[in-house]
Ligand binder design. Sequence first.
Ligand code: ASP
Length: 314
Amino acid sequence: MIIVASSNGRIGMPAALNALQSGSVIDAVEAGIRLVEANPDDHTVGYNGYPNIVGDIELDASIMEGQSLMSGGVAAMKGYPYAISVARQIMEKLPHVLLAGEGAARFAREIGAESKDQMLTPEIVAFWRRKLEQHLPAEILATLDDQSALTEWVRLATDPERAYSTVNFIARDDQGNLCSGISTSGWAWKYPGRVGDSPIIGAGNYVDNRYGACACTGMGEMAIRASTAHSVVFYMKMGRSVKEAAIQAMHDLRDLGGPYIGVMNLIAMDKDGNHFGVTSMASRTYIMQTPGMNQPAELPRYFVEIPLRWETIN
Ligand code: ASP
């Protein structure tokens, strides 16, 4: 048994390990991610994450299990902090894989998922306002509503520096079952309705017991364009090691064209539980734990340079 996670998953690791020992890989991933979603100090996942440009928080999440490749995801969901649990219920109760926006919230209500009227603390609302004041004229900021033209302001205000976190968990049991999950509040100050890689199976999240698993954090648009999580698993299917597969996928991302090239981080595991973390940001880490360990080990991620290309929009 083993669990790997992005380093902000530490708060959820004990619950994930307990769930893995008493339940399933799916229970483990859900339990671990829920605690990150509940953490008000993590501004990239769940409750109290960074909002979109009009100040609403919209959550993306997905879960996938590697035996059947069944999957569930929610995109741009408002009002329900435990996005991973809603994603799991979509996987288990619906013939669908992905629900977005009002449909996701409607389903969350239908299954009795816990809701929150206030998804942001006053501190985060004030932080959002201060950030926007740097880029938006006061009269625009005062009147942001459904009719406002946002394209220009999103281009100015979206913050690539704040698009580098999300929580990833991958769990493996002793029978070789794998499950991977992701949850995020997405890119800070994004356009309303923007969906990142996290809920998109094959982009931010992919697992297949026969080969392995991968989960991403970073510029979701890049992982969508390169089908990154699926690529890593596919490269393992083609016989590459987990390390070779993850590095190759990072090279694919580095070679994308266009101006919006930012940070990317992957964690990956092969079918035997060998794991690897890779990043385009120096000195990032990931964590792993097995039932015999008292606490998670924090491991360095291998660095692959992806030169940032953001200058054309600043
Ligand atoms: N991948 C997430 C997204 O693009 C954000 C992140 O991991 O920083 O929504």
